[in-house]
Design a protein around this ligand. Structure first.
Ligand SMILES: Nc1ncnc2c1ncn2[C@@H]1O[C@H](COP(=O)(O)OP(=O)(O)O)[C@@H](O)[C@H]1O
Ligand SMILES: [Mg+2]
Length: 221
């Protein structure tokens, strides 16, 4: 059976990593059984991230997210993210999907549109082409957009620890990124589901569980 690719998207500090882990715990403990009856136990539930879902990707992540010491031109940045993605798809996503895994992935193509397109201002058609080259057309089955006010997200991210190269960018940049996610969600309502990320962790998780139940259930029909 072909697996299922679920992507978590949103601005810095919106709760992607937190909710991804909680979703994995829930799916593994009782979520799959709630979604599918007793067929859950054989299905692997794996987590991964972009950038950094492979050994090469971890090296690229270091380069992309290290502090401001490294100057990376916008198109170079775009291509480094694309290289990470191409590697991730061949080495991890495709083989896992072939095994029937449910993959929970921290960021994917929508982040490239939001950050390099809306944030950096690179032509959106170019981004689409690069995304296509990197993915070979592999889209997420479901994308959860954790929508939280940019300032709240950045505050959470800063409290978490030292800011990375993206978090250090100016507020206006993050607001453009947020606008990108908003427009993507409006454009692809079948694939992208908005989650209210301003709730407490438990509230966000319950909303996600409801969406996962609906989508995984439909998948079984
Ligand atoms: N719903 C929430 N309310 C308050 N703080 C949260 C919430 N979700 C996550 N956090 C905290 O905010 C910080 C950023 O969350 P994280 O999951 O790392 O976000 P992201 O991966 O989207 O950048 C972490 O310290 C986390 O514990
Ligand atoms: Mg994170």
């Amino acid at each position: 059976m072909q697996g299922f690719l679920i992507v978590f998207e949103g601005v810095e500090g919106c709760g992607k990593t937190t909710q991804l882990k909680r979703s994995q715990d829930w799916l593994r403990s009782r979520g799959l059984v709630e979604c599918w009856g007793n067929q859950g136990d054989e299905t692997p539930v794996v987590v991964t991230k972009e950038p950094g879902g492979t050994s090469l990707g971890l090296e690229l992540r270091q380069i992309l997210l290290a502090g401001q010491s490294l100057i990376i031109q916008d198109r170079a940045e775009l291509l480094l993210y694309a290289a990470d993605r191409a590697q991730h798809i061949e080495e991890f996503l495709k083989p896992q999907l072939a095994k029937g895994a449910i993959i929970l992935c921290d960021r994917y193509t929508d982040s490239t549109v939001a950050y390099q397109g809306y944030g950096r201002g690179i032509d959106l058609r170019l981004i689409e082409q690069i995304n296509h080259i990197a993915t070979g057309g592999l889209e997420s089955d479901l994308t959860l957009w954790l929508d939280v006010d940019v300032e709240i997200g950045l505050k959470r991210a800063r409290e978490r620890g030292i800011a990375d190269r993206m978090e250090e960018a100016e507020l206006a940049f993050h607001q453009r990124v947020q606008q990108g996610f908003r427009e993507l969600a409006a454009l692809y309502p079948e694939r992208i589901v908005r989650i209210d990320g301003s709730q407490n962790e438990e509230g966000v998780q319950l909303e996600i569980q409801e969406v996962l139940r609906q989508h995984l259930w439909q998948r079984m029909l």
